[in-house]
Design a protein around this ligand. Structure first.
Ligand code: ZN
Ligand code: ZN
Length: 243
């Protein structure tokens, strides 16, 4: 991007931010980017996250930082809070990212479940990356759980904050929308909208059924208290995450 374009982009983002403030709850949209066909559910992304359509894909652009307190913000930050009792703070700090997620707008169930990669496998409605149930290649998550803050997130070595398990700032043992995986299927809290725990989840942690956002039914993932926590794999065809 040359300087003139960068300046234009900055000016646009300033005016977009201004608009977003007068319409709380509406995701920010950049000039020239279409939201005409954007499924209604994507309006649940919080202010400051850019969401738009590009062909048959939904594009989500986020700085990837949490909209809640954490010891990982670092002392002196407005959102800093002291570690909770028993927390083992890792040496990393939250850093703004340049994350772009591209998901199919009309996700389709595949014949088989495919493994999720390390790194971002989806995005929460507050723009934070969702990670899978592993701490690293063949490394179980257990050793990292003590490093999670009280909202169950932590940053990796490049400051990319993420959730591997139930992000309790967004969903606490309920049926709220948590976010989307890269295959475009939504992730909900531990319960279905009737208040019950889903009886039978597949190996990907999902099932077909109605949700608040999809009353006619859709394949969706549920967070579970135990492994795989968010998802055991992609049930659909994954889009991409770049940062
Ligand atoms: Zn992690
Ligand atoms: Zn369900």
């Amino acid at each position: 991007m040359n300087k003139k374009k960068l300046w234009l982009a900055l000016m646009l983002s300033v005016s977009v931010m201004h608009c977003a403030h007068s319409n709380p709850g509406e995701p920010a949209v950049e000039e020239g980017k279409s939201t005409a066909d954007l499924p209604e559910v994507y309006k649940k992304f919080v202010e400051g996250i850019t969401v738009y359509m590009d062909g048959d894909e939904v594009v989500i652009e986020t700085r990837g930082v949490p909209n809640h307190a954490s010891p990982y913000w670092g002392v002196g930050d407005d959102l800093y809070e002291a570690p909770h009792a028993g927390m083992v703070v890792n040496p990393n700090s939250i850093a703004e990212q340049n994350l772009t997620f591209r998901l199919p707008a009309s996700p389709k169930v595949s014949a088989s479940i495919s493994a999720t990669p390390l790194g971002p496998i989806g995005v929460a409605v507050n723009g934070v990356a969702l990670y899978n149930q592993y701490a690293g290649p063949n490394q179980p998550l257990e050793r990292e759980i003590a490093t999670f803050d009280r909202y169950h997130g932590h940053p990796q070595q490049f400051g990319q904050y993420h959730y591997h398990i139930e992000p309790v700032f967004l969903s606490t043992d309920d049926s709220k929308l948590v976010g989307f995986l890269l295959d475009g299927f939504p992730v909900y809290g531990r319960k279905d909208m009737d208040g019950s725990y889903p009886a039978e989840l597949d190996a990907a942690n999902g099932h077909l059924g109605a949700t608040e956002d999809y009353p006619n039914g859709i394949y969706h993932y549920h967070i579970t208290a135990d492994e795989p926590y968010i998802s055991g794999g992609f049930r659909g065809t994954a889009g991409s995450a770049t940062w």
